[in-house]
Design a protein around this ligand. Structure first.
Ligand code: DGT
Ligand code: CA
Ligand code: CA
Ligand code: ZN
Length: 577
């Protein structure tokens, strides 16, 4: 078991939690598996090394109790543990994939297994087509339709990866390829460079006097499992146990800019750009911009000169979706997009008071190290009982505690906040007199996400009526590759938020990235302002802010649209604290 990294151990534990859910076990026990998994995943040391060292105790890792430690010892010895083996004897591992089908909960999965011994997506699809769900208790024709739709969605997103996963791999590989002799530059292109929230495959471009050396180095990377194609200027391979496809292209310097432009895309942006080139008497390809009459190359070494020859300002990659950016570049009215360096504080994070992994002081120190002027600590409210959410009494005590901390001087200003649950009827989980004591109230939906759109709209409109609500947290509730946004009348809620001065969050957590491009533009057009926050549950998560900034850029936002670009004093004025 020497190859077991923390990530692999975490995966065993969270799969077990999924299986326990199908088996209908105690939610608190399931939670303890999930907590252990996330704690191990972000633990800075190799857990396997600690397990093998007789002088160390794994119970020193937060979230690891005695019984979890016993599981870990078993994992270290034989790669699995009793509880998991028992569950796998009962349900086949393919049942885990069914959990990814939206609208299909663990109870239904277990019911379908009991009645039909079905545990695969294809099998489930057949059951729905043959209308065999409606004969079971509590299941109906509506659910069959819903599941068929969800299976369709699932197949579309299968094979896509989260932005941070692609981004970290790209950074890894870029450094590795740049070490090949004769390689000068490695640049990620494609959807990653445009900052799309999910990435299908990774496109890396390489140039230098012997750029092709990077291809040899690439195919011998330890994580490369299967080489799909290998030519003189291109190599494609599947990387890691996730079989993520990476395309590497070696390019001569004189066409590097044209290739970067072409392989950054989007396809729609390229098509529009090519037709502009044709109208101007040029042809545009990945080899360069050529005059049509004599085929002379007029641009190709840099992207800037390609755009310039087409009468355009250089267009930031995040905007290249053919959503009006070419017209804006032609007319000199591209937005001055927000950048990470403009961010002066992070307004959504959790601590050990609820489901975070670090103390307030540790979060504050990490935020200081990023150069921030302020943060808001926003733990959960009591409706999230499993996260030990704050009730009114704890919330008020917390506000007082923060006031004292600020007086004694932490080196960074801390706002006392809360991420207060928005209940099913749109009222807040905590009483208004308690909310009034806090500096910053975020309202978030964490339950009843299957309401009809009209009911969800009313719920959110009602939430906006709370006079203490400042920010609407992760406004659509989507979980990338897992759960779609809940449907509601977004434009109506945005207009009302603008009228009441309620800020919309851009949640930077790579699993959410909520809000995003189209909705940001629409909300901005209605006068909404935004907060880019991380929803950090660990100091390391504070660095995810850059993904939120990427979303903001894809939404054409400028610093003035984002409230946490304000200096501390102006931000205080804005929230009246
Ligand atoms: P992905 O990988 O699905 O997340 O999305 P992309 O945008 O990275 O797409 P990919 O990897 O298939 O191709 C990379 C870029 O190459 C794409 O953004 C634009 C360019 N490209 C690919 N196929 C075509 C095409 O048929 N026509 C044009 N104009 N450009 C293309
Ligand atoms: Ca791609
Ligand atoms: Ca590609
Ligand atoms: Zn939340």
């Amino acid at each position: 078991m020497k190859s077991m990294e923390n990530r692999d151990i975490a995966r065993l534990l969270s799969e077990t939690a999924d299986l326990m859910e199908i088996a209908g076990e105690d939610p608190f026990r399931i939670r303890s598996y999930r907590n252990a998994a996330s704690s191990i995943e972000s633990y800075p040391e190799r857990v396997l090394d600690i397990l093998k060292d007789p002088n160390r105790k794994v119970t020193d890792i937060p979230g690891i109790g005695k019984s979890m430690a016993a599981n870990l010892q078993e994992i270290a010895a034989r790669g699995s543990f009793d509880r998991r083996d028992q569950l796998l004897a009962k349900y086949p591992p393919t049942a885990l994939e069914l959990l990814k089908i939206q609208g299909l909960g663990p109870k239904t999965i277990s019911l379908l297994w009991e009645h039909y011994r079905v545990s695969t997506i294809d099998g489930l699809e057949r059951l729905c087509q043959e209308q065999k769900l409606r004969v079971l208790p509590r299941l109906g024709a509506k659910l069959e339709e819903k599941i068929l739709r969800s299976i369709c969605n699932y197949r579309q997103r299968a094979g896509r990866f989260l932005l941070n996963f692609a981004d970290e791999l790209a950074a890894d590989l870029s450094g590795y390829l740049a070490e090949a002799p004769g390689v000068e530059k490695v640049t990620p292109a494609g959807s990653l460079r445009r900052g799309r929230e999910t990435v299908g495959d990774l496109d890396l471009l390489v140039t230098g006097p012997s750029a092709a050396n990077a291809l040899d180095r690439f195919v011998s990377h330890p994580k490369v499992n299967e080489v799909i194609a290998r030519g003189p200027n291109k190599a494609s391979a599947k990387v890691g146990f996730q079989a993520f496809q990476v395309d590497v292209r070696a390019l001569p310097r004189e066409s590097y800019g044209a290739a970067l432009q072409y392989f950054t895309g989007s396809k729609e942006h390229n098509i529009a750009l090519r037709s502009r080139a044709l109208k101007m008497g040029y042809t545009l390809s990945e080899y360069g911009l050529f005059r049509r009459d004599d085929n002379i190359r007029v641009a190709g070494e840099t992207e800037e000169e390609v755009y310039a020859k087409l009468g355009l300002a250089w267009i930031p990659p995040e905007l290249r979706e053919n959503q009006g950016e070419i017209e804006a570049a032609a007319e000199g009215r591209l937005p001055h997009l927000v950048e990470q360096r403009h961010i002066r504080g992070d307004l959504h994070m959790h601590t050990v008071e609820t489901d975070g992994r670090a103390t307030l002081e540790e979060m504050a120190a990490a935020a200081s190290a990023l150069g921030y002027e302020y943060i808001a600590i926003t733990d959960h409210s009591k409706a999230l009982a499993m996260a030990n959410g704050l009730d009114e009494r704890r919330a008020v005590a917390f506000a007082k505690h923060v006031k004292r901390l600020n007086e004694s001087g932490l080196g960074i200003h801390v706002f006392s906040g809360i991420e207060c649950d928005i209940r099913r009827d749109g009222t807040m989980d905590l009483a208004e007199d308690a909310l009034a004591e806090l500096d910053l109230v975020i309202g978030s939906v964490h339950s009843y996400m299957n309401l009809e759109p009209a009911e969800m709209t009313d719920r959110l409109l009602r939430a906006l009526e709370c006079p203490y609500l400042r920010i609407l947290g992760h406004p659509t509730g989507r979980l990338l590759l897992v759960r779609d946004a809940y449907p509601f009348d977004f434009d109506r809620v945005a207009a009302e938020a603008a009228r009441r001065g309620v800020i919309f969050e851009i949640n930077s957590s790579p699993e959410r990235l909520d809000l995003y491009d189209a909705l940001l533009r629409s909300a901005r057009a209605r006068g909404v302002r935004f907060a880019i926050s991380t929803d950090a549950h660990h100091p390391n998560h504070l660095r995810n802010i850059r993904y939120g900034v990427t979303m903001a850029r894809r939404g054409w936002l400028e610093p003035a649209d984002v409230v946490n670009t304000l200096p501390l004093n102006e931000f205080r004025k804005l929230i009246g604290k």
